[in-house]
Design a protein around this ligand. Structure first.
Ligand code: BDR
Ligand code: CA
Length: 306
């Protein structure tokens, strides 16, 4: 039986790749894609999700637009890494069909509460604003979910937006703190794992050679990220963050997880958004990805984009 999931995201080139992977995977019953302001403003992330849905030919999946700003802090965006419109060098256009009426937070509550307890996985690959707001509006939500499968945080690797914070957690640390404190089981793919999954020229060439519309779009976005990695980070192969949680749902053996307790720093201006990941805690609230099989993740992505 297909696994019911919701994907909460802020496309974003790697969010777009995560969506293309999920849209092409029959193992999922994709209940909805919900969007949040993050990499680019909320109106653009919703439009981009609809655009990717169109390329994937998955009109059956509803898209709901969500939070336009973080719970407490001022908004931060990541246009340097995703381009002004959020899809790198892929030209943004208005898709034929837009987002549904209604917002992300309501959709998450309604869709999860309508399903049996412990059945729906909520995959979160952007700031956790929608999820925290949904949990605040429906106190039974955290207990109703099977799990939250998130991309966010950093431990061994250090941060990618400040010295110690990763973008998704930094962009709404108060929301992340609430979600980690909610009691929902969490599987977390931070930079320690996603920085192991880097797009080489050979990975991109294999996707480009597929000759499919989704493959062409994915290859263009990966090439854009590779250029950004050179220009902004002074590196070579760009990390592929957001497809990791989706890949884990499809093929858990691609990652090694360790139980831990994760708490989020919300008070210090210097370390705001830092994830304190404690493997020795007697009260674990999450599992943390410590390693990833990069070639396995790219093989899966390539297989599905075909
Ligand atoms: C995360 O931040 C965003 O820029 C990416 O889409 C990813 O979700 C990586 O730190
Ligand atoms: Ca993202």
């Amino acid at each position: 039986m297909a696994e019911p999931i919701i994907i909460d995201c802020d496309p974003g080139v790697d969010d777009a790749l995560a969506l293309l992977l999920a849209f092409a995977s029959p193992e999922f019953e994709l209940l909805a894609v919900t969007t949040v302001g993050g990499n680019v403003a909320a109106a653009k992330t919703a439009r981009n999700a609809c655009l990717i849905r169109e390329v994937a030919g998955r009109d059956d999946v509803p898209v709901y637009a969500g939070a336009t700003r973080p719970l407490v802090r001022d908004a931060v965006e990541a246009g340097d890494f995703h381009g002004v419109e959020g899809l790198g060098a892929v030209p943004a256009r208005t898709p034929a069909r837009g987002a549904e009426a209604g917002d992300s937070q309501r959709a998450i509550v309604d869709l999860v509460m309508a399903r049996p307890a412990g059945s729906v996985s909520l995959t979160v690959v952007g700031p956790m604003t929608n999820v925290a707001a949904a949990m605040a509006s429906e106190p039974a939500l955290a207990g109703r979910l099977k799990q939250v499968v998130a991309m966010g945080g950093a431990r061994r690797e250090g941060g990618n937006i400040t010295a110690s914070a990763e973008f998704n957690i930094f962009a709404d640390p108060h929301a992340a703190a609430a979600v980690f404190a909610s009691g929902v089981p969490i599987v977390c793919f931070g930079l320690d794992a996603t920085h192991q999954v880097r797009a080489t020229e050979a990975h991109i060439a294999a996707i480009e050679a597929l000759g499919t519309p989704a493959g062409a779009m994915a290859a263009a976005m990966l090439r854009f990220s590779r250029q950004v990695e050179r220009d902004v980070v002074r590196g070579t192969d760009a990390p592929l963050h957001d497809p990791c949680p989706i890949a884990w749902l499809l093929r858990p053996a691609l990652f090694e997880l360790k139980p831990c307790r994760i708490e989020v720093e919300t008070t210090s201006p210097l370390t705001m958004g830092h994830t304190a990941v404690e493997f020795r805690s007697a009260q674990p609230n999450a599992r943390w990805a410590v390693s990833a099989d990069a070639d396995g993740v790219f093989a899966l992505l390539t297989e599905r984009l075909a």
